[in-house]
Design a protein around this ligand. Structure first.
Ligand SMILES: *Cc1c(COP(=O)(O)O)cnc(C)c1O
Length: 413
């Protein structure tokens, strides 16, 4: 007998419903949404999907935990305004993101700025605004103290630690070993002595060890180690630790074979760790900082088939978008081996006839691939190609000037 081969699949995309064979976003069937936006390609983010996501996260996380949004994932001002009412704080990684975050009702004391190579101008803005600066080096610490004295405002600082551990199985490692991020754990006693000798408002620690992780055990392990590290460092903090940002790294499934993260398991384990911390440091506020987990699944990229052709037996759908709008889906944003994002024909969700196609962008480069040898309903010129999991690291993580094509629209519905 033939063994039934199970073909690995993308995780089911159930965040949007389907009506009249079309994907529904923000209550609107996709063809109507295209008319409402006025052109393709565009990104659309669904506010209800974001709201539901954060509600579900809070239900699974310990009650005292603070949830911050990292603007790097999606800094669209309308999205950030929405987030201001849903999360407890923002983390920004540039003066531009800081400006967007300060335009919202979020109080500056719940905003932090992180990242290597902050300029004097960036630091001055942060000090004046009252934003907490996550300090990345000894030099930066001295600069902040000098600027703080010049401006006459005591800067709020936290030390970003490059821990000795790493977040295992991460899409991007940002801690452990030699890194440009943060100050090595071993140097912390020295840096804390200096912090306390300077007229600065010491807030606590920021430990960010990695990103895009789908293994609950690995995240739990990193969270345990982060809290244990803070407890060890408490002896060097005579005034206590006000804030402990333990990072995040919660991933979303992009590729065939990947599954949604078990958030309940992570929340249960974190509750136990927070109890331990509370026993020793009752006043410490614990923060997680997430980007893609909050917004990634709420967004899609929509483009339109311009041409359909056959080359030596393979079908090509040529769309009016491409890697200049969506570098990550093309496989050129930190992937080692190119894999397909989940893709659909948004106006032909269910079709009796399917075929294997290559979806390519309109840029004259072989790198411009949206989906490679993927089984989709048979599509024609004018049909709408949808790329799921595009609410984070989409337009602002793409080389929009490449090949001088028009940019993509962004809408929040
Ligand atoms: C990139 C980054 C984040 C967000 O990462 P996600 O994978 O989108 O959750 C959060 N904090 C810092 C310091 C980062 O560099």
């Amino acid at each position: 007998m033939n063994q039934l081969k199970t073909v690995p699949q993308h995780a089911p995309m159930q965040q949007f419903s389907v009506r009249h064979n079309s994907l529904v976003i923000g209550g609107m069937e996709l063809p109507r949404l295209v008319s409402r936006v006025g052109k393709t390609p565009f990104y659309v983010y669904d506010r209800q999907v974001i709201i539901d996501r954060i509600t579900e996260l809070r239900q699974n996380m310990p009650s005292g935990l603070k949830i911050h949004y990292a603007l790097k994932a999606n800094p669209m001002p309308a999205v950030v305004q929405l987030m201001a009412g849903l999360v407890d704080g923002f983390d920004v990684a540039s003066a531009g993101e800081m400006k967007v975050s300060l335009d919202t009702p979020m109080s500056a004391q719940h905003i932090s700025i992180t990242g290597p190579g902050k300029s004097f101008a960036d630091l001055r803005l942060a000090i004046a605004a009252g934003v907490t600066i996550n300090v990345e080096s000894f030099n930066e610490l001295e600069t902040i103290a000098q600027l703080s004295a010049q401006i006459g405002i005591t800067a709020a600082v936290a030390i970003r630690i490059n821990p000795s551990f790493e977040l295992k199985n991460s899409g991007m490692k940002m801690g452990g070993g030699a890194k440009p991020f943060g100050i090595d754990e071993e140097q912390l006693p020295a840096v804390l002595r200096r912090v306390h000798a300077l007229p600065l408002d010491f807030q606590g620690f920021h430990i960010y060890s990695g990103s895009q992780n789908l293994k609950a055990e690995a995240i739990i392990d990193a969270q345990q180690q982060s809290i244990a590290l803070a407890l060890r460092l408490a002896q060097f903090c005579p005034k206590g630790i006000k804030k402990l940002n333990i990072g995040g790294g919660y991933g979303i499934p992009y590729f065939v074979g990947e599954a949604h993260l078990n958030i309940q398991q992570i929340g249960d384990a974190l509750a136990l760790e927070m109890e331990k911390l509370k026993a020793a440091q009752p006043d410490t506020e614990v923060i997680i900082e997430l980007g893609r987990y909050l917004v990634g699944e709420a967004g899609i990229y929509v483009c339109q088939v311009l041409d359909k052709k056959i080359s030596r037996g393979q079908v090509y759908l040529v769309v009016n978008g491409g890697l200049h709008h969506h570098l990550a889906a093309s496989g050129n944003f930190g992937q080692v081996i190119r894999k397909n994002y989940p893709v659909a024909i948004g106006n032909k969700m269910y079709a009796e006839q399917q075929e294997v196609v290559n979806v390519v962008g309109c840029l004259c480069t072989p790198l411009d691939i949206i989906a490679d040898k993927i089984l989709l309903p048979v599509a024609e010129v004018g049909d709408l190609v949808v790329v799921y999991q595009s609410g984070a690291y989409g337009l602002t993580a793409s080389p929009t000037a490449f090949l001088s094509q028009p940019s993509a629209e962004e809408v929040l519905v």
